[in-house]
Design a binder for this molecule. Structure first.
Ligand code: ZN
Length: 268
């Protein structure tokens, strides 16, 4: 066995060996002649969480790429699910009015990701550093399964599933490598190399990427999008706590963008 010079485990997507991405990109280039492409004026499935990233990304991709969005919300029993869903429903309605014919009705699927009895980890700080194993991959797989249904019914050519992974995300599952690996799995699993699963924010095939939360905030201000309707906090209070890791990351991004967060926080 050849000894690897790289550690078996990485604890942040910043630490992954960049050659891995290059090798995966080469598989796509070899097999289909491109890595990923802009789904210009196409139908796309969009995994919509109601957070700042996904809510603002929607405007960007409809506005800049002219896509027609089929939004999918995965209803889990997380503490903030109810508020996330409220935000999702608000923005689906908002974009249906802003971009008639470009935002389809919301599809909601109720499923635990991961199943509650499986949420036990040997590492105490697992969720702060690594997240749930295969969480994103399962959500993206659900996106592909929804896309498959749409292919059978209203959109035979649909082959793009988008998620709003942003440059700030640092878990191993939030990297371009992770997205490419799911994309590769989907192509091989289905025997269809036309599929693409990616993020319009971090896929560097797209011009000017990666984008960060502060860029999204700047975009939202410029386009007059209601940032106060986005739900970032993962805790269960109606008002965001301002202290969970997601809130802190959001607040840092507003500071970096030089903008005041319009949310009413419990602890500010
Ligand atoms: Zn919070």
């Amino acid at each position: 066995m050849k000894k690897s010079t790289f550690p078996i485990r990485v604890f942040s997507n910043r630490d992954e060996d960049s050659k891995i991405l290059e090798m995966m990109n080469n598989i796509f280039l070899y097999r289909r002649g491109y890595i990923s492409k802009v789904p210009k004026n196409e139908d796309v499935v969009f995994i919509f969480s109601g957070g700042l990233d996904s809510s603002i990304t929607l405007d960007m991709i409809i506005n800049e790429w002219g896509v027609n969005v089929f939004p999918l919300f995965v209803r889990r029993s997380a503490r903030a699910t109810k508020f996330e869903e409220e935000s999702v429903r608000f923005f689906v309605d908002f974009y249906q009015k802003k971009y008639p014919g470009r935002m389809q009705n919301l599809e909601v699927v109720e499923i635990e990701v991961p199943p509650l009895p499986f949420k036990k980890y040997p590492e105490v700080d697992r969720l702060k550093k690594l997240g749930h194993p295969m969480r994103n991959a399962v959500l993206q797989s659900l996106g592909v399964q929804y896309a498959q249904k749409l292919r059978a019914t209203v959109s035979p050519k649909l082959n793009t599933v988008l998620t709003a992974t942003v440059g700030d995300d640092s878990f191993p599952h939030s990297s371009l490598q992770a997205l490419r690996s799911v994309n590769l799995g989907v192509c091989i699993d289905t025997g269809d190399w036309g599929w693409q699963v990616t993020s319009p924010l971090v896929d560097v095939v797209y011009e000017g990427r990666p984008l960060f939360k502060k860029d999204l905030i700047g975009y939202a201000i410029k386009h007059n999008l209601p940032l106060d309707k986005t739900r970032t906090c993962i805790e269960g209070g109606e008002k965001p706590d301002g202290t969970c890791p997601e809130c802190l990351c959001r607040l840092r991004a507003f500071e970096a963008a030089g903008v005041i967060d319009p949310l009413d926080y419990q602890n500010q």
